[in-house]
Design a protein around this ligand. Structure first.
Ligand SMILES: [Zn+2]
Length: 224
């Protein structure tokens, strides 16, 4: 043990707080120490999160009601700019009453149509079946064919690649006997694929497991 320091703490070259204060006071006003966190953004076009058009164009889409709901929630100031009584008055001031009614009717019709379409698409998706088929090629060799994934917006090529990597085996997209695309994986991996779909791994996500069916194709014994 050798060095003993002097009792008083070492002073650096920095000015003491008092000195700093004095300096600040000297340089005129009391400015906030931190700079403003976010600079004012430049004027930009706002896009609607519902229809993805610039806000001015929502009315030409088929989801105006939802667009308006969203905007009111997100940016009430902009909502007022476009949809307040005042804004609407200015805008439709030139339209006749009949014209206004017609416009409203058309909008409602368009919206109903779009909603029906979205409904139908959802129903179709929910009714779509994915089949994992375990196919016996020879006594010992199997392949696993997966059909119907595209209904759930899954890219078949990417899915095949993922499965090939996962099982370190061959996997490809081919047309089945009905002329429909399916993924064929070498080996019997049907249980594993079911599990992957259940967990929604990688690109293989978004398939409700209730829509997946595992079936077995035994080699026909009629030749014997
Ligand atoms: Zn919109």
């Amino acid at each position: 043990m050798g060095k003993k320091r002097a009792q008083s703490p070492p002073r650096s070259a920095e000015p003491t707080p008092a000195a700093a204060e004095g300096e600040a006071a000297a340089s005129s006003s009391q400015q906030p120490v931190e700079p403003p966190k976010e600079p004012t953004p430049p004027v930009e076009v706002f896009y609607c999160a519902i229809c993805f058009f610039p806000l001015e164009y929502c009315e030409f889409g088929s989801s105006l009601t939802r667009c308006k709901e969203w905007l009111k929630e997100e940016r009430e100031d902009l909502y007022d700019k476009y949809y307040s009584e005042e804004a609407l008055q200015t805008k439709i001031g030139t339209l006749s009453l009949e014209g206004q009614k017609k416009l409203e009717k058309e909008t409602a019709k368009k919206e109903a149509k779009a909603e029906a379409k979205a409904d139908a698409a959802l129903k179709k998706k929910m009714a779509s079946q994915v089949t994992i088929r375990r196919i016996e090629r020879t006594k010992r060799k199997h392949v696993t064919a997966i059909h119907g994934l595209e209904a759930f917006s899954i890219d078949l090529k990417k899915a095949a690649k993922q499965l090939a990597g996962r099982f370190a085996t061959g996997a490809s997209v081919t047309k089945n006997a009905q002329g429909l695309d399916e993924i064929v994986v070498q080996g019997d991996v049907s249980d594993e694929i079911l599990e992957i779909l259940e967990k929604g791994e990688g690109v293989l996500k978004g398939v409700p497991i209730a829509n997946v069916e595992v079936v077995e194709d035994k080699k026909k014994k009629d030749g014997q």
